[in-house]
Design a protein around this ligand. Structure first.
Ligand code: ATP
Ligand code: MG
Length: 183
């Protein structure tokens, strides 16, 4: 799954609309401390359906909305749009009609999050499953947070197994089995 573009608007420090093109190959993001490098990775995790505020270094989900600065008022919403190259038609059938799949997530103060796939409303679960089936997503082992390596070393066998399942692309199946057992 190739991500080709990431757009942010009102997300954390990215108060103005920001459009990043992700070329194939290696992409590096460099900049001084506090310029927003980690926020970019968090935006990626968030648009893929992250639900834990702690994974976004926040106390609540609305903390991802630009909180204001001395010269700028706070914003009422945050939006992230991720474009995925689907020229090989690997996306699930419901998203699979176009060469690019555009996933967006928008959070509005007091109104929660809304997701879209190619401008159509979808559920959080649809987006999470799309990425889980492609062996990526908000909990993907490809996204390594600061301090995560030592967490991994100290992790219990069950959490290590989760990581292997993510990498093997079967965590979507695991989630579906869990839901089936609840029914
Ligand atoms: P480092 O090199 O230290 O890891 P970084 O480039 O990863 O830095 P980030 O942690 O991504 O930087 O960005 C931190 C900045 O984002 C801080 O200045 C913080 O105030 C700002 N920030 C985080 N959340 C919000 C928010 N909701 N509204 C406004 N600014 C925010
Ligand atoms: Mg950082």
């Amino acid at each position: 799954m190739q991500f080709t573009r990431l757009r942010l608007n009102g997300f954390k420090s990215f108060v103005d609309p920001t459009d990043l093109v992700i070329a194939s190959g290696l992409t590096g993001v460099v900049g001084p401390n506090g310029c927003g490098k980690s926020n970019l990775l968090e935006a990626l995790r968030w648009v893929m359906g992250e639900t834990r505020p702690s994974a976004m270094r926040g106390g609540g989900m609305e903390d991802v909305i630009f909180a204001g600065a001395s010269t700028r008022p706070a914003r009422n919403f945050a939006e992230v749009i991720l474009t995925i190259d689907n020229s090989e038609r690997l996306a699930p059938a419901s998203f699979n009609q176009t060469d690019f799949v555009e996933i967006s997530r928008r959070i509005t103060r007091d109104a929660g999050s809304a997701y879209k796939a190619n401008s159509k409303d979808v559920r959080a679960r649809d987006v999470q499953m799309l990425f889980a089936d492609a062996s990526t997503g908000s909990t993907s082992p490809a996204l390594v947070r600061q301090g995560q390596i030592s967490e991994l070393i100290n992790a219990k066998p069950k959490s290590r197994r989760r990581i292997l399942e993510e990498a093997a692309g079967i965590s979507g199946l695991y989630q579906r089995r869990h839901e089936a057992e609840l029914k």
